[in-house]
Design a protein around this ligand. Sequence first.
Ligand code: NAD
Ligand code: MG
Length: 386
Amino acid sequence: MKDTVKNIAVLGATGSIGSQTLDIIASHPERYRAVVLTAGSRADKLIEAAIAHRPRRVVIGRTELLPRVEAALAPLGIECRAGDEALAECVEADDIDTVLTATVGYSGLQPTVRAIRAGKDIALANKETLVVAGEMINRMLAESPSKIYPVDSEHSAIAQCLAGEDPACVKRLLITASGGPFRTWPADRMAEATAADALKHPNWNMGRKITIDSATMMNKAFEIIEAHYLFGVESGRIEAVVHPQSIVHSMVEFVDGAVKAQLGLPDMHLPIAYALGCHARLDGAAGHMSLADFATLTFEKPDVKRFPCLGLAHTALERRGNTACVINAANEIAVAAFLEGRIKFGQIYGVIERTLEAVPYIAEPVFDDYVASNAEARVKAAEMIK
Ligand code: NAD
Ligand code: MG
């Protein structure tokens, strides 16, 4: 009899999305098994997750942590590896069905490329992969049996709204945004906001980098780019809508005027389960939502003046080439500097804008051009911050 349990490689297993993915796998051993777990630097959490899940292999990014991981896991028969090549190569094994990508930033690109080459399905949390190299990824998908199933709640919502619909009948994608912690703050107060202020997301408990991206609304810009590459809708027909309650996860408007929305509690277990199941529904994936508890759902236009990062989505999709790759790299450097107190919240956008001017434009980048643009943008952004 064919084994019907799906084997999952969980990249970024110690993070917010990674650990919620492991919750789902643990609750459904009849459906899922974690065969590979990876982490960047949190060895203790990786060890704990591996003891619970008994994967075939674990990979830790930081090579100096390998002895600690090996001491704990090798006696259990778990193969332990370390370093960037091991993080990318581990997705290729024959027994893997789906690769869930939940690492942060540019680090998601290389393993995703390798997973597509190996024909694996991808449950994509790492939106930065499509931001950096969406055109290349789509070219690769066209020549591979791999499919991408979005984990991002907005894109999961759009996929749910599009189920059974003719893509030619889509008029607009409406991507909801909570507005983040600074939705109602005046610009001068926002400019001086601290990391502690920015890390207080009103509705979602996420990793630090995406939480800062939510505060600048760069996250929403990335999600517009992500939606463009996932659903093939041009940027002029993708809009961000501020919806502070985070109950409507996104909407699709059709040519006949109908608007479909997907609603639910702000709980990532639902979109993760929908992606792992290749768009099959999992009984009890998230909690029950009572509309009576959310009697008021509000929607407003985003303020691009106070959130200039949001406008970068359209800059990226109009200029194309390596533009979004450069924006992503500069943003990663600026967010890290902000979290370390080296720049102010109000300076994040300026670092990105000036990096974009400083890095040469490449109209039709191939893989090595993305690697080079990413590296160059990081150096330029870091120089500016100094
Ligand atoms: P997180 O910081 O909580 O976890 C990140 C994970 O990736 C950890 O396991 C960490 O060890 C690993 N990691 C970090 N840098 C790495 C590197 N350079 N190489 C290898 N591994 C590395 O982050 P998160 O909030 O879980 O977000 C993960 C991804 O999912 C991001 O791309 C984010 O935008 C996306 N996402 C997250 C949420 C959410 O609710 N947290 C929602 C939508 C999308
Ligand atoms: Mg999202």
